[in-house]
Design a binder for this molecule. Structure first.
Ligand code: HBI
Length: 360
């Protein structure tokens, strides 16, 4: 039975950065796309986010307070911490007061507080978990919610779910994008692309080693998050045909990315999803990725790109030599079939239906 009525939804954002600042990372784009997808399905959406957030045309409640430290920079034994006057605490104090104006609250923070508070709220809280397992304290907080409210946890990939003990209670939402913002480019110039935070876990040095081997230029876009890592690459590969092209807006990035022969994805950590893989496919750009994490579930080997054994630079080089076998039209079609706002909207309806029905 599918629910025909529209829902009143309160989306509570990540506390690590204002939406539009870039400090929130992938979840800024994810929250915006989920909000747009839900509005297109005639639900009523309000977003709670740190002051300074920008969200065109979507009702926004800006909350003051001190930002949270990012979780991925910490070890498994990391203690749960909150700054004084935490924006996270202020988010959930507000949510507690207004909860009866909504049918479902959706949490986007990878932080202890919203999970701990879930049983104390009278309205259901759905949680979109944005990363794989990182710390013991967070694993326990999420597992307790998964135990007590088994329909409420969503993830971006099966590989991400696999990192948790409650893997069978994760709903695979994947992700979804406004594909009208990405122009299909049937042809390419003679260069490859790498896009992401320039930091060790992203494995840029493998892509550089591969293009040094095959002699095809590599254009690099993204924030230089780890300066010493970037310097290490330039020192170790002085003759590699690489060019750093800065950090671009979505509009400019998709224009530049679309001219590439392929996107190389070389993560050394488990990417929960890999948003940039969809952005490439939407422009008709094949993806060559390590068979690891979210990208391994996105790339259709031999059809929309090539999957390579993890950390094998020779495998990357071999995949690059086989790019002519990939039809760029298939890349765009796959993005439209599986990763459009409409396709994600269908998955959102299933997730929310189960939560609402389990309330009755
Ligand atoms: N760290 N503490 C914390 N809370 C978050 O919500 C969070 C984070 N680190 C990264 C992050 N969210 C987003 O960039 C995800 O898209 C990965």
């Amino acid at each position: 039975m599918s629910r025909s009525s529209s829902l009143k939804l309160l989306l509570i954002s990540t506390p690590v950065g204002a939406i539009g600042s870039g400090r929130g990372g992938g979840v800024e784009l994810t929250l915006t796309n989920i909000a747009r997808s839900l509005i297109a399905l005639n639900h009523s959406v309000t977003v709670v986010a740190p002051e300074g957030s920008v969200l065109d045309g979507i009702p926004l409640v800006s909350i003051a307070g001190n930002l949270q430290v990012t979780a991925q920079s910490q070890g498994r034994e990391t203690l749960i911490t909150l700054p004084a006057n935490s924006v996270l605490g202020n988010f959930w104090n507000y949510a507690r007061q207004v909860q009866h104006d909504y049918d479902v609250l959706i949490n986007f923070a990878y932080d202890w507080l919203p999970f701990y508070l879930t049983p104390f709220f009278e309205r259901p809280i759905a949680h979109l978990v944005s990363m794989g397992s990182l710390t013991d304290a967070m694993d326990q907080a999420i597992a307790e919610v998964a135990e007590q409210f088994p329909t409420t946890i969503a993830v971006h990939s099966l590989a991400q779910a696999e990192t948790f003990s409650f893997r069978d209670r994760c709903f695979n939402l994947k992700n979804g994008f406004d594909l009208s913002q990405y122009q299909f480019n049937p042809t390419s110039k003679n260069h490859l692309a790498w896009v992401g935070r320039i930091a060790p876990e992203k494995g840029l040095e493998d892509a550089v080693a591969a293009v040094q081997k095959v002699g095809i230029p590599l254009k690099i876009w993204g924030v230089i998050q780890d300066e010493s890592y970037w310097n290490h690459i330039q020192t170790n590969y002085p003759n590699a045909p690489i060019e750093y092209c800065g950090f671009l807006s979505t509009q400019d990035l998709q224009q530049a990315l679309g001219e590439s022969r392929a996107l190389l994805m070389t993560p050394h950590w488990l990417e929960a999803f890999g948003n940039v893989a969809i952005e490439a496919l939407a422009c008709g750009v094949p993806v060559i990725a390590y068979r690891r994490g979210g990208p391994a579930e996105i790339v259709q080997d031999g059809k929309t790109g090539w999957l390579v054994e993890p950390d094998r630079v020779d495998g990357l080089a071999e995949a690059i030599s086989k790019l002519d076998q990939i039809d760029r039209t298939n890349c765009r079609l796959d993005a439209e079939r599986e990763y459009s706002l409409e396709a994600m909207g269908e998955r959102l309806e299933i997730w929310l239906d189960r939560i609402v029905l389990s309330q009755t």
